[in-house]
Design a protein around this ligand. Structure first.
Ligand code: S3P
Length: 466
């Protein structure tokens, strides 16, 4: 468990008071910046460290609330987790207990706002014959857990959730987890990873298929630790995906370098595209091909985004992005692209609101079960800012006029960090400022958002600054 001196000075956001924030017209954005570590990879690095024997040293870990919850959880399950400040930033060290070595937590596991933490760790806990109880904040307690309860129950574990598969939930895992063969109905890296983490504890082969490939950080991280992983298209030419792993490997700790999060980079990137005269470089951005749908779409819209210094770090492609303000036009974004940019639709909708013409974003059913119903949040928020936006089933349609909208609205963000940041970007170009009712959720994924954006030239103010 983290001792108080080892805990970073980041308060879990659930304990922070609501902080209204207002974005007003920015001067041209310029400069070089680094966004924090990738959230998905950070969770997985801590979990794999806890399942390995010996030391896993992690650099670039995201110190956002979501990931700090996973760190605390690994401590509660018996791993030793430490943070050390160094000349090049903090390194997190995890001394794990090996596959099968975790111990019963003494208290409820509070996953805060984090769907990824909750679902991945539930996969892990299904393979331990002890009781764990998991909860989260008001947003997480609304989100569906049945998508993992259903497959994980087939390993022999017992789950007791609130009605509708909602947290809080009690898990009594099994000492002899069965290896699964599971056809997931959704392309979800959280479902896939929950099943694979359970499978790591089961004898023999665990296999999962999904209708389209979701982000493959778990598979890459497993390979990095020497797990036998077989992954690829379900059939030649098919967009469906299949992965199988061999369970009960002996894992030993190893170094992990976490790249910058492309989902966080998305906010300064779109801000620089929209604020005329801007030119910025975001260094060290993870460019896993299953995460780059937004950058592909923005380029189709006419964005100037150059990829520099491409390299591979700890099994993940990484590069610097040079972004110049650009004139954007509306495009059609096919449903098949959704898994590779599922967290980026809020900020894409902001870009679409300023582009010339209609942008159609199809296949967005999963947006309705994120930290909030993001499809409704974006449409309602954009309409309040004077944008022509609507939902048609699972499609979002935004008609831009080739110039910024009027703004002049305050958006309720409902504990959703990406909704908060998306409207703070729109406020940097709109005719009148845009406010959000509560910026505290931003700390879940991008604790330095306000500082980083302000250094690049954004005008972000609390009501006390005015
Ligand atoms: C994540 C998977 C995605 C994504 C989330 C992070 C992960 O969720 O939206 O922010 O790290 O596995 P789904 O698995 O629900 O698509």
């Amino acid at each position: 468990m983290l001792s108080p001196s080892q805990r970073p000075s980041v308060m879990p956001h659930a304990e922070l008071p609501a902080t209204p924030l207002i974005a007003a017209k920015a001067r041209p954005l310029s400069g070089v910046a680094r966004v924090p570590g990738d959230k998905s990879i950070s969770h997985r690095a801590l979990i794999m460290g806890a399942l390995s024997v010996g030391e896993t040293a992690i650099s670039g870990l995201l110190e956002g609330d979501d990931v700090l919850r996973t760190a605390a959880c690994m401590g509660a399950l018996g791993a030793t987790v430490e943070r050390r400040e160094g000349p090049k930033g903090a390194t997190w060290r995890v001394w794990g207990r090996g596959i099968g070595g975790l111990v019963e937590p003494a208290d409820v596991l509070d996953m805060g706002n984090s769907g990824t933490g909750a679902r991945l760790i539930a996969g892990l806990l299904s393979a331990y014959p002890f009781l764990s109880v998991m909860t989260g904040d008001a947003s997480l307690r609304r989100r569906p857990m049945d998508r993992i309860i259903q497959p994980l129950s087939q390993t022999g574990a017992a789950f007791h959730s609130r009605a509708g598969g909602k947290l809080p939930m009690a898990i009594r895992g099994t000492s002899m987890p069965m290896p699964l063969t599971y056809d997931s109905p959704v392309a979800s890296a959280q479902v896939k990873s929950a099943v694979l983490l359970a499978g790591l504890h089961a004898p023999g082969r665990t296999t999962l298929t999904e209708p389209a490939a979701s982000r493959d950080h778990t598979e890459r991280m497993f390979k990095h630790f020497g797990v036998e992983v077989d992954a690829g298209p379900l059939k030649a030419g098919s967009s469906a995906y299949k992965v199988s792993i061999i369970g009960q490997p002996e894992l030993s700790g190893r170094p992990i370098v976490v790249p910058g999060d492309p989902s966080s980079a998305a906010f300064p990137v779109v801000a620089a595209l929209l604020v005329s005269g801007s030119e910025i470089v975001i260094e060290n951005v993870g460019l896993n091909p299953l995460r780059t749908g937004l950058f592909d779409t923005l380029r189709e819209m006419g964005a100037s985004i150059e990829t520099l210094n491409q390299r591979i770090e700890a099994g993940e492609p990484v590069a610097d992005l040079k972004v110049k303000a650009s004139v954007l036009k509306g495009v059609s974004v096919p449903a098949a692209r959704a898994p590779s940019m599922i967290d980026e639709y809020p900020i894409l909708a902001v870009a679409a609101a300023c582009a010339e013409g209609e942008t159609r974003m199809e296949g967005l059913a999963e947006l309705r079960v994120k930290e909030s119903d993001r499809l409704a949040a974006m449409v309602n928020g954009l309409v309040a800012c004077g944008v022509d936006a609507r939902a048609d089933g699972d499609t979002m349609i935004v008609k831009g006029k080739g110039k910024p909208p009027k703004g002049n609205a305050t958006i309720a963000v409902n504990l959703d960090h990406r909704i908060a940041m998306a409207f703070l970007v729109l406020g940097q170009v709109s005719d009148h400022p845009i406010g959000i009712d509560d910026a505290s959720a931003i700390a879940t994924s991008f604790p330095d958002f306000v500082v980083l954006m302000s250094k690049l030239g954004a005008t972000l103010q609390t009501s006390a600054d005015q």
